[in-house]
Design a protein around this ligand. Structure first.
Ligand code: HEC
Length: 135
C-alpha cells in the first residue's frame, strides 16, 4: 500500500475544509452581531474594524467549496452551490464588497438599522435561502 493513499487524503481534507468553512460562518455570525451592536451604540471605529473582518472572511470562504466537499461531515450546503457556482461566488463577493461599503456609509446613515440590513443582514438571507439547507 502506498503511503500517499490519495482517496484517504482527500477524504481527510474534505472533512477539514467543511469544518473550516462552518467555523468561519459561525465566526462571521458572531462578528456581524458585534457590528450591529457597536453601530447602534455609535462606536463607529470599532464597528468598522469588525466589518473588515467579516469582509475578509467572505473572501476566504470563496476557496472553501471545492468539488469534493458537496456532502458528508455535517455540511448544510445544498447541491445548488456547485450547480450555480458562479452565482454563489458572485454573491459571496458581493457580500464581501457590501461590508466595505457599509464601513464607508455607516457614519452618515440616517437609519442605522436599515443600513445594517441593506449591506449586511440581507446578504445572509439571500444566500441561505438558495444555498443552505433549512435548519
Ligand atoms: C454567499 C453565501 C452565504 C452568505 C453571504 C452567508 N452565508 Fe452563512 N452559510 C452559507 C452556507 C452554504 C452554509 C453551510 C456551510 C456548511 O455547512 O458547509 C452557511 C452556514 C452558516 C452558519 C452555520 C455554521 C455551522 O457551524 O454549521 C451560520 C451560523 C451562518 N451561515 C451565518 C451567516 C451569517 C450571519 C451571514 C451574514 C452575515 C451569512 N451566514 C452569510 C452561505 C452563506
Amino acid at each position: 500500500m502506498s503511503f500517499f493513499n490519495t482517496s484517504l487524503f482527500s477524504e481527510e481534507s474534505a472533512k477539514d475544509i467543511i469544518k473550516k468553512r462552518k467555523s468561519l460562518f459561525s465566526a462571521n455570525y458572531k462578528t456581524a452581531k458585534r457590528v450591529d451592536i457597536l453601530s447602534k451604540n455609535l462606536e463607529y471605529d470599532k464597528a468598522k474594524e469588525f466589518m473588515k473582518v467579516v469582509s475578509k472572511n467572505y473572501l476566504d470562504l470563496l476557496n472553501l467549496f471545492p468539488e469534493n466537499t458537496k456532502e458528508g461531515h455535517g455540511t448544510e450546503a445544498l447541491p445548488s452551490v456547485w450547480e450555480n457556482k458562479e452565482e454563489f461566488d458572485a454573491l459571496m463577493k458581493k457580500s464581501s464588497d457590501d461590508m466595505i461599503k457599509l464601513a464607508s456609509v455607516i457614519e452618515d446613515s440616517d437609519d442605522i438599522r436599515a443600513t445594517l440590513k441593506q449591506y449586511m443582514w440581507k446578504n445572509c438571507n439571500a444566500c441561505h435561502s438558495k444555498f443552505r439547507k433549512p435548519h
